[in-house]
Design a protein around this ligand. Sequence first.
Ligand code: DOR
Ligand code: ZN
Length: 414
Amino acid sequence: MSILIKNGIIITHKDIFNANILIKNKKIHSITREDIEVDIVINAEDKIVMPGIIDSHVHFRQPGGKSEDWESGSKAAIAGGVTTVIDMPNNIPPTTTIDNLIKKKEIIEKSNILVNYGLHFGVTEDNLEEVKKVIGKDLERTLVASAKIFMAKSTGNLLVRNLNVIENVIRNSKMVTVHAEDEEIIEKFPSRPKLAVISAINKLLPFANLGKICILHITSIEEAKLASPFYKEVTPHHLFLNSSILKKLGNYAKVNPPLRDEKDRLSLWEAINNNLIDYIASDHAPHLKEDKEKEDAPSGVPGVETMLPLMINAALNKLISFQRLVELMCYNPSRIFRLKNKGIIEAGADADIVIVDRKIEKKVSADDLHYKCKWTPYEGMYLKGWPIMTIINGEIAYKNGEFFKIKGNEVIYE
Ligand code: DOR
Ligand code: ZN
């Protein structure tokens, strides 16, 4: 099947230009000014056409959880312009053995998965041998995107306290992602959450030259500066919400690391625009309302479907340039996690594309979103610029609220 996306405003990490995109055999065949005869013509005049979003930090909860599954998570992703997700290992059972990794893949492959996917592997105090087999430095092709280390307890019970273990994992892995909150500090000084992050980053600094390390969910420019030798991720909730919303949302706004004050939130935008941040990922961490209503509620907020609309709205308000947006949400995550043929619009790349109508303004409402948990911390916010079409592997997967039956593929790591 061939598709021509005509006359769109194409945005890549380095350019903005008008052209047509010819898609053939699941790939971008060429960028052209010509009118070519094809099976499907998509008129993208006055619309933004960009690489599909890569969300390298989601929790789709299967196996083991009830707050999302691969079908609902996929739908939310592609309605939000996300064409590839990389899922975290804090499942039940956790993805910390090769056996559990294989079983998780089987579950995913059997599900109605619409989005392309990859997986992170969980680190425990004693699974270095398994880590080496899935993400080892000398593997030609890794089986996962990273070895994920939880330095603090969060949802699930993955926790690594032993710094020797952390050092060895870094020495032996192609990429390590870290939930950098120091459990010791959280236990000793529960009212000082920022100190917990600073302390965790400080513990990692001596390992900076031993391997590639990515610090997840940075919450202030101070942390970004301290973590300068590492890759750094930022989430939309730390960019768009501050701690004052806890008064309104209570435990619905409870998340690890916690939302910060307005000053820190603004400092993250400064960090983004001063090249101190490498990529944005949602940390989509849905929990059912019945669990969030409990006094001892779990931490996490959903976000995979609202991440792009929030960022497009921010770009329209000049908080960030469109090219930088594409760099942070497509190009960089693809490079950092070694995803073959993703995150770019050029001949030979996978045809994963999102088309955005920058003129559509909509109020965010959980009723319109596709999460199983049926709530969002952005309820009632007006956002301009929404995805109207998402193309995955050269096929239209989503168009104006309608889903088409396609199957997402596992990514290939370079
Ligand atoms: O708030 C969070 N929720 N932070 C995490 O690190 C885990 C996540 C989850 O899985 O619920
Ligand atoms: Zn997470």
